[in-house]
Design a protein around this ligand. Sequence first.
Ligand SMILES: [Zn+2]
Length: 131
Amino acid sequence: MNPVLAMRLKKDFPALFRPGISCDILDGWEPILRRLCVDLQHEKDLAFTQVKEKYGGLRVYTTWSTKQLEKRLEAAEAESFETCETCGKDGQMRTTRANSGDGWMFVACQGCFDLAVAKGSAEPESEDSDS
Ligand SMILES: [Zn+2]
């Protein structure tokens, strides 16, 4: 994540971001993470242990959890599946290797996906796919 954005999050939610924790996601998910922070900031003794992208989605690990808390983390994760990680526009799950199926997954809008294809970091989706 852009270091300025990450610094702001850490400054606004110092209880959640203990020293040394990094935000290993791209800027497009910052609003999702920020909303999650607003939601969780008053939970007692709660802090993030990891913020990262896993299997294409936003994953947040916390110092403790309950079923109820887990639901809120899952809601943020579900939102990330439909939000371009790069720019924050509506996105969908893609894979870097659409045709062979062994690439890694990421969420991108059409524009960011086209850019990834243009840069050679993702394969174009085949014409006959019915997605
Ligand atoms: Zn995008």
